[in-house]
Design a protein around this ligand. Structure first.
Ligand code: PXP
Length: 243
């Protein structure tokens, strides 16, 4: 059974749209935990477009479950992670102009820097996950450079037409088993919704799903605690679904 990490960046997006103090993602994280979140995920971007340094500092003190810090593999972020000591770091690619993270890391081209940051964080007991596409080369490279975990990018699955959905699902299933066979722990996320999450949640070997946009959108109707409760139910007890 997969657990649910709730990504609360979008709450900070609303605050930063006005450069004001509300809504505050810090107390909202508590509501997500009350709704059944197994962890809270935030992405501290280099341009600080949503989550701010103050948010991660306060979340480190207040999150009762698990704090997953998404970040780029830069020296600045490495320093922050070593000071903050999140329960896990997920390394993601970052491009200034993107609306959201667009694809997985290219592990081979970043090899040395990634190796160094993984080693520096994991030798300080901060497990590192690499956000990658469900692709054998990327999975093998992740294992070779010493990551303990990967997060499989589910964006292609989420965006696939009905005809392509099964193919994209099988890519994620296969990637999970390749990774597990190499001893990697597997998370997944991006673009998951109340409508498409169940087939992913049924994949044996995926430990955690990280979901943001869909939950925060639903929260506008029913409140964050209820929105998380509904998603938690689908993730922990997924129905068999055909496309
Ligand atoms: N996982 C990673 C690595 C992400 O960058 C994001 C988006 O910030 C998510 C999961 C959550 O994606 P979504 O907001 O589409 O649910």
């Amino acid at each position: 059974m997969a657990s649910l990490g709730v990504n609360i960046d979008h709450i900070a997006n609303v605050r930063e749209a006005r450069k004001t103090i509300e809504p505050d993602p810090v107390p909202m994280a508590l509501l997500a935990e009350i709704g059944g979140a197994d962890g809270i995920t935030v992405h501290l971007r280099e341009d600080r477009r949503h989550i701010q340094d103050r948010d991660v500092r306060l979340l480190r003190e207040t999150v009762h479950t698990k704090l997953n810090l998404e970040m780029a593999a830069t020296k600045e972020m490495e320093k922050i992670a070593l000071e903050l000591r999140p329960d896990m770091v997920t390394l993601v690619p970052e491009r200034r102009k993107e609306v959201t993270t667009e694809g997985g890391l290219n592990i081979e081209s970043n090899n040395n820097r990634l190796k160094e940051i993984i080693n520096n964080l994991q030798s300080n007991d901060i497990p590192v996950s690499l956000f990658i596409d469900p692709d054998r080369t990327q999975i093998e490279a992740s294992s070779n450079i010493g990551a303990l975990l990967i997060e499989l990018h589910t964006g292609n699955y989420a965006e696939a037409t009905t005809n392509e959905k099964l193919l994209e699902l099988s890519r994620i299933q296969e990637a999970t088993s390749i990774a597990n066979n190499l001893g990697l722990r597997v998370n997944a996320g991006h673009g998951l919704t109340y409508q498409n999450v169940e087939p992913i949640a049924r994949i044996i070997g995926i430990e955690e799903l990280n979901i943001g946009h869909s939950i925060i959108a639903r929260a506008l109707s029913v409140g964050l605690t209820e929105a998380v409760r509904e998603m938690r139910k689908l993730v922990s007890n997924p129905r068999e679904k055909s496309f």
